[in-house]
Write a protein that binds this ligand. Structure first.
Ligand code: FE2
Length: 452
């Protein structure tokens, strides 16, 4: 029996993360000069690449654990020049190597590289938070594991931050074994120039962080490592009622002794939208906040997350928290030129119930000056992935440009790359590019322009 989205009774017996458009695709496809409706802005010269889990065996114990697959579309001269999807050829993919042995030993050169793809200093990295980066080419070919010429000795977050003013790459690694958190800084040429152990009370899941133009902001939130869960082979983290929740502010380039920790109400944040220095001396940080997550483990139902603002008053050591919206959203992004600087606009996927993105058919553009939001409704059965903003030019205004997102169309079990005009966000797409196969729901991506 088959329903409208093409799923069978057999498929419905699978866990949610292997079903419908979460299911992995089986083929690596290359296609040129893709069909499209509308007109691709000629200023878009580069490629949009997005990462996500696509287990090569068709099986994985958790959505976060499948082999990484990149889906890319190159745009130039108003054409969609190519589409490619490629598994990241990690040692996990090629050799079935394990990043953590049965004895608990960690091999940082092994990882599924399934979470994000980020370009810095002439290299492109496929990233997962449990291992070194994996370098890939602009045509999505795997180069190999990358450890900053041997200087990196920890895993690397999938959410490094590039300072738009200095070109520095700020990032961190976390581990279930001490040291639990290490702050790293690479210069604009890609040389790792600083690594500092940051003391935290225990091993927590630290998925992302933020920078301002003066500070780095860490989140030490109560999703704690659980050895019993680790032994079962699934995500080894769960909610803790005891751990507490803190935000740590460090001067950029600072060390452990410089960290100022501030208590926040218990919650979890996978993704900040951005952070910046407020005019009143506070650090302002906009986050997609879950009131609770993973009680008992990562298979627990998810409470809907929503956009909140923290104001961290570093002088008096207090954090105030404000809900900016009550809609369930995820995958918040801002203009990359505003990373660490005051932002007016942000983009996110509207997930409706927060637990399953296949219920959300809209993207949201927040205007945080006016307190309003515009909605781009993708249409019935059309389910968008993370929106990525691309400025129309280097000098363009903050919402003068394009928003790119893959959109899954359940009615044809296929996917499009949709290009929206950021300034006319609720209008029809300026271009809709039909892809030769569906793009499974995944995580994060980047616009990687042609080299200058
Ligand atoms: Fe993420």
């Amino acid at each position: 029996m088959t329903n409208m989205a093409g799923s069978s009774a057999h498929e419905e017996s699978l866990p949610v993360h292997l079903r419908g458009n979460y299911a992995p695709v089986k083929e690596e496809v290359t296609a040129f000069d893709l069909p499209l409706r509308g007109a691709i802005p000629p200023s878009l010269r580069g490629r949009y690449v997005r990462n996500g889990p696509n287990p090569k065996t068709g099986q994985s114990p958790h959505w976060f654990m499948g082999d990484g697959m990149l889906h890319g579309v190159e745009l130039r001269d108003g054409r969609a020049a190519w589409y490619r999807n490629r598994w990241v050829r990690t040692r996990a993919f090629l050799e079935d190597a394990r990043s953590v042995s049965a004895e608990g030993e960690v091999d940082l050169a092994v990882g599924v590289a399934n979470t994000h793809v980020v370009a810095h200093a002439g290299r492109i990295f496929a990233l997962v938070e449990s291992s070194f980066p994996t370098e890939v080419t602009r045509e999505l070919k795997t180069v190999g594991s990358f450890d900053f010429a041997g200087r990196l000795t920890t895993a690397m977050t999938a959410h490094p931050k590039i300072c738009p003013r200095t070109g520095e790459l700020h990032f961190f690694g976390y581990s279930f074994k001490p040291p639990f958190l290490i702050y790293h800084r690479a210069d604009s040429a890609g040389r790792l120039v600083q690594s500092e152990v940051i003391d935290v009370p225990g091993p927590t899941m630290i998925h992302d962080f933020a920078i301002t133009d003066r500070h780095v902001v860490f989140m030490d939130l109560p999703i704690v490592f659980d050895l019993e869960l680790a032994m079962t082979g699934t995500m080894p983290y769960r909610w803790s009622d005891d751990y507490g929740a803190r935000v740590g502010i460090v001067p950029r380039g600072g060390a452990n002794g410089d960290v100022r920790w501030h208590e926040v109400a218990p919650c979890y944040v996978f993704h900040p939208l951005n952070a910046y220095e407020g005019e009143d001396g506070a650090v302002v940080m906009d986050v997609v906040r879950y009131p609770e997550l993973w009680r008992g483990g990562s298979s627990a139902a998810v409470n809907p997350p929503a956009l909140h603002r923290w104001r961290v008053d570093v002088r008096v050591g207090r954090v105030s928290e404000q809900a900016l919206d009550d809609r369930a959203v995820e995958f918040p992004r801002c203009d990359e030129r505003r990373v660490g600087l005051a932002h007016r606009y942000g983009y996110a996927v509207y997930t409706e119930n927060g637990a399953d993105r296949s219920t959300g058919t809209a993207l949201i553009k927040y205007d945080l000056h006016s307190g309003s939001a515009a909605t781009h409704e993708c249409g019935q059965g059309r389910l968008p992935s993370e929106p990525v903003f691309v400025p129309a030019s280097a000098e363009a205004g903050e919402d003068e440009g394009w928003v790119l997102a893959y959109v899954y169309d359940a009615s044809r079990d296929g996917s499009d790359l949709v290009i929206l005009d950021a300034a006319r966000f609720d209008g029809p797409p300026v271009a809709t590019i039909a892809l030769p196969q569906r793009v499974p729901f995944g995580f994060h991506g980047s616009w990687i322009p042609d080299p200058e």
